[in-house]
Design a protein around this ligand. Structure first.
Ligand code: HEM
Length: 434
C-alpha cells in the first residue's frame, strides 16, 4: 500500500526551520492551525515536527497509542539539562516506579495535612497586599506559591533563603527553551546544593514534609530513591509546583476583574459558605461555581500550552504519515478553543461547565490543561486545592481593580501570563457593604 503523505505545513529555512517564529511569535501555533487544519508540519529546535489539535488526536497521543511516543525525546535538550533525571523526562519502568513513590506526597492524607500551611501562608500575603495597596500580582503569586511549595515540599521557613531560592528558579525556568542557558545551569547548581543540604538534614531527622515522604518511600523490592534522585525529583516538583499555579491564579484575578457578574456569583457562593464558618478543607469540596470558574480558566488560559513527545514508532493519523524521529506536540490551547468542541469558544464562560451543559464531557480528552492518560499531572489535586483556597479567601474578603495603561496580552514562555504581570489596586472589603 502506498505511504500516506506528510501533513501540510512549511519546514521553514534550512537548519533553523521555524524556530525563531516558534520562540517569539505567541500566535505561531494558532496561525498554522488556521491555515492548515488540525495537523501541520514544521521544523523547530533542529527537528522536523508535527503539531496536532483536537480531542481525537490527544486521545491518540496520551492514551490509545502512547507506545508510539516518548517524553524524553520530546522535551528540548534544555529541559533535560535543567530538570535532570526527574519524572518529567523518564520513561517506562523507571517512570512507573518513581511516579508510584512520589504519588503519596500529593494525594489523600498528605493533601489534608498541607491545608493548614497553605492557609497560614496565604493569610500572611493577604495582609501584606492590603498594606501595599498596589502591586504586580504575577510576581506576588509567584512568591506566594513558591513559599507554599517550599514549605510543604522541603519544610523551609519563609525568609531571605526562600526568596533567594525562588529567584534561582526564575533564572532556571528562563533557560528552559535554550535562551540564557549558562545562567540557568548555574542556578540549577545552586538549587541542587541547597537541596542536598536539606535532604541530608531530613535523612537524619525526618519530619512530615513531602521530602521526608520521598526519602522514606520504598518500591516493591524495598529499594529507596538515591540522594541524587531525590534532589532531581524535588527540583522538578518545586519548579512544576509553582509556575503553573501562578499563571492560572493571575488569569483568574484578571478574568474576575473583567467580568463583575461572574465575580459577584463566585463571591455570593463564598459568602454563603462563610456564614457556616471559616474556610475549611470540608468546604473546599462545596464550591460548585468556583469549580466551574477554575475549569473555564483551565480551558481558556492553560498555563502549559501543549506537550512535547518524541515519535518513537512511525504512525498514520487522519490521512497523514508521521515518521519515527520526529517531534510531536499536542496542542492544549488550540484544542480548548475549537468550535467543534466548545460553543462560542473565544468567550470566557464558566457556565459551559454547569451540570446542564457539561461541554467538556461530550468527548473524552476535550479538557486537557493538566494533560491526560496515565501520565496526567501528578500535582493536579494539590494545584486545585491551593487555587481554590487562595481564590476563596480573595472572594470572601477583598476587592481589586486593574490599574489602567498596562499590557495584558498573553506571553507564552515559560508559562502563559499577561505581559505586564497584572498590576492591581487592592483593598479589604468593607463588611458593612455586603
Ligand atoms: C495549574 C497548575 C498545573 C498545571 C496547569 C499543570 C499542567 C501539567 C501538564 C499539562 C502536564 C502534562 C504535560 C505533558 O503531557 O507533556 C503536567 C505534568 C506534570 N505536572 Fe503539572 N501542572 C500543574 C501543577 C502541578 C503541580 C502543583 C505539580 C507538583 C506538585 C506538578 C507536577 C507535575 C509533574 C511531576 C508532571 C509529570 C507527570 C508524569 O510525567 O508522570 N504540576 N502538568
Amino acid at each position: 500500500m502506498a505511504q500516506l503523505p506528510l501533513p501540510p505545513g512549511s519546514m521553514g529555512l534550512p537548519l533553523v526551520g521555524e524556530t525563531l517564529q516558534f520562540l517569539f511569535d505567541p500566535d505561531f501555533v494558532e496561525k498554522r492551525f488556521k491555515r492548515y487544519g488540525l495537523m501541520f508540519k514544521t521544523r523547530i529546535l533542529g527537528r522536523p515536527a508535527v503539531y496536532l489539535a483536537g480531542p481525537e488526536a490527544i486521545e491518540f497521543i496520551l492514551d490509545r497509542h502512547m507506545d508510539h511516543f516518548n517524553w524524553r525525546e520530546g522535551w528540548p535538550q534544555s529541559f533535560k539539562t535543567l530538570l535532570g533525571r526527574s519524572l518529567f523526562v523518564q520513561e517506562g519502568e523507571e517512570h512507573r516506579r518513581n511516579r508510584r513513590l512520589i504519588m503519596p506526597a500529593f494525594h489523600g492524607a498528605a493533601l489534608a495535612r498541607y491545608f493548614a500551611t497553605m492557609e497560614q501562608i496565604t493569610q500572611g500575603y493577604l495582609a501584606t497586599w492590603v498594606q501595599k495597596r498596589e502591586f504586580v500580582w504575577y510576581k506576588e503569586f509567584k512568591q506566594l506559591t513558591f513559599e507554599i511549595a517550599s514549605q510543604i515540599f522541603l519544610g523551609s521557613s519563609p525568609g531571605p533563603e526562600t526568596v533567594r531560592l525562588s529567584q534561582l528558579f526564575t533564572t532556571l525556568s528562563g533557560g528552559l527553551f535554550g535562551v540564557g542557558m549558562k545562567r540557568a545551569i548555574a542556578a540549577r547548581q545552586q538549587i541542587l546544593q541547597h537541596l542536598t543540604q536539606v535532604i541530608q538534614q531530613r535523612q537524619q531527622h525526618p519530619t512530615d514534609d513531602a521530602l521526608s515522604l520521598l526519602i522514606q518511600a520504598e518500591d516493591e523490592a524495598g529499594n529507596r530513591l538515591s540522594r541524587e534522585e531525590i534532589c532531581d525529583q524535588a527540583l522538578l516538583l518545586l519548579f512544576a509546583g509553582h509556575e503553573t499555579t501562578t499563571s492560572m491564579l493571575t488569569w483568574a484575578c484578571l478574568e474576575l476583574a473583567r467580568h463583575p457578574d461572574l465575580l459577584n456569583q463566585a463571591r455570593a457562593e463564598q459568602l454563603n459558605l462563610a456564614q457556616q464558618g471559616g474556610l475549611s478543607l470540608a468546604q473546599i469540596s462545596q464550591m460548585p461555581y468556583l469549580d466551574q470558574v477554575i475549569s473555564e480558566l483551565e480551558r481558556f488560559h492553560p498555563p502549559v500550552a501543549g506537550g512535547f513527545r518524541g515519535v518513537v514508532k512511525s504512525f498514520d493519523f487522519n490521512g497523514y504519515h508521521i515518521p519515527a524521529g520526529w517531534l510531536a506536540q499536542y496542542s492544549i490551547l488550540c484544542t480548548h478553543r475549537l468550535e467543534t468542541v466548545y460553543s462560542d469558544p473565544d468567550r470566557f464562560d464558566p457556565d459551559r461547565f454547569s451540570p446542564e451543559r457539561q461541554e467538556s464531557k461530550l468527548q473524552p480528552f476535550s479538557l486537557v490543561g493538566f494533560g491526560g492518560g496515565s501520565r496526567i499531572c501528578i500535582g493536579l489535586a494539590f494545584a486545585k486545592l491551593e487555587m481554590k483556597l487562595i481564590l476563596a479567601h480573595l472572594l470572601r474578603g477583598y476587592q481589586w481593580q486593574l490599574v489602567p495603561n498596562q499590557n495584558l496580552e498573553p506571553v507564552l514562555i515559560p508559562t502563559r501570563r499577561p505581559k505586564d504581570g497584572l498590576r492591581v489596586r487592592f483593598d479589604q472589603i468593607d463588611p458593612l457593604s455586603q
